[in-house]
Design a protein around this ligand. Sequence first.
Ligand code: 5AD
Ligand code: SF4
Length: 478
Amino acid sequence: MSDILHAEVMDNASEETKRQFEYIEKAKGYVADLAKELGRTPKACVVTFGCQMNARDSEKLIGILSKIGYEITESEEADFVIYNTCTVRDNADQRVFGRLGFVGGIKKKNPHMKIALCGCMMQEQSAIEKIQKSYRHVDLIFGTHNIFKFAELICTAFESDRMIIDIWKDTDKIVEDLPIVRKYPFKSGINIMFGCNNFCTYCIVPYVRGRERSRSPRDIIREIEYLANDGVKEIMLLGQNVNSYGRGLPEDEQISFAELLTEVCKVDGIKRVRFMTSHPKDLSDDLIKVIAENEKVARHIHLPLQSGSDEILKKMNRHYTKESYLNLVEKIRKTIPDVSLTTDIIVGFPGETDGDVDETIDVVRKAKFDNAFTFIYSKRTGTPAASWEQVPEEVSKPNFDRLLKVVQETAKEQALRFEGQTHRVLVEEINEQDEKLVTGRMSGNTLVHFPGDKSLIGSFVDVRLDECHGFYYTGTMV
Ligand code: 5AD
Ligand code: SF4
């Protein structure tokens, strides 16, 4: 657990950062008053839905909440609860509404409690309208573009009894150097870019996360150096499409993702570098070379396929074909033989036939994915595909099931290829089921459970992979 603010950073903080620190001071006063009233330290809970980007944003929320005096708890029986929402598929939305109903019951018993909502789902007008109508107990709503204003918004919520709603449509602002509390002391995500310009026809992300903006490479490296000094050994560079990093940067800062990755690997103390997510259309030969030649870069590429059918790929606006995707996979596997490849696949996209799914299954067999996240298409209002003729569940569900079967077979076969080998893992935690075991993550992202104790957490150790259990291994430290 650490705090990114330090004097040196404050010296060159932007005007906006300074303004927010003034609100942090003000909010501290409000929380201190509440503590007096309650006769104890007020508690805050952050509930996160969605992807790694949201997980990182939640570390920023916790950073502010800790700084202003809240004790952080996992329980929603708290004095301040915030839901950091996702809207990539409808079931993510439904889960949030379910939680809101539940937490409303808690608030009835504790009227001073504050409930807040932020994240991707809040960028949708229909969600806001539903909350205004049916969830009047919510105190504060903001979106993805103004999360840096969290301290200011907390102050406003303390000053008013009305529901505060502050949603921005888009922003070109990137506000640096606000407090962050990391979930893990030894590893961290780092935003290298925000937003997305790809407009895949099924996807809501460009509408809720706005246009693509790359952070300055200097700011990224400075943050990573700070993290390394603070004990971080593994980092994950985060962006919706990291391969297009650098577009739109000023001329004197022009740099490609492959070059950025090379620079990041040079930071002392950083032992392993991951990145997420790659778009197949932008993954360059240079990047493959940098990964192959630099052993600090994790042997893992997440390369969303979405579909193996040329016709569906075209309708999805993906800008690659089954053949070009498979060629890319072949090139990657040839240049980086020990790489793990994972993917995302959607079944039931408008117009998809059984024959299209056969094509997808064919790619899964040929690409030999180490793992694949499979999703049933979810209609997102506002995206082009939402207005096209939808595939009935009677068609998509059986197709989903037969795809999943092949995905699981392939993943198991792939995992078996490492059995008996010794791999370096970063020990992340005590095993949830058995406290005599610890869990480590391999470079390829697979987990291995082996005998050990908490003194190992945060260190790299070599582990023999004794037995493959499908998606994970059990092993022995050597
Ligand atoms: N329906 C189903 N899955 C989706 N994804 C994105 N949008 C949708 C949607 N409308 C999946 C994609 C993406 C992953 C993060 O979520 O596979 O890669
Ligand atoms: Fe992440 Fe997309 Fe969900 Fe937002 S909508 S949390 S960017 S997956």
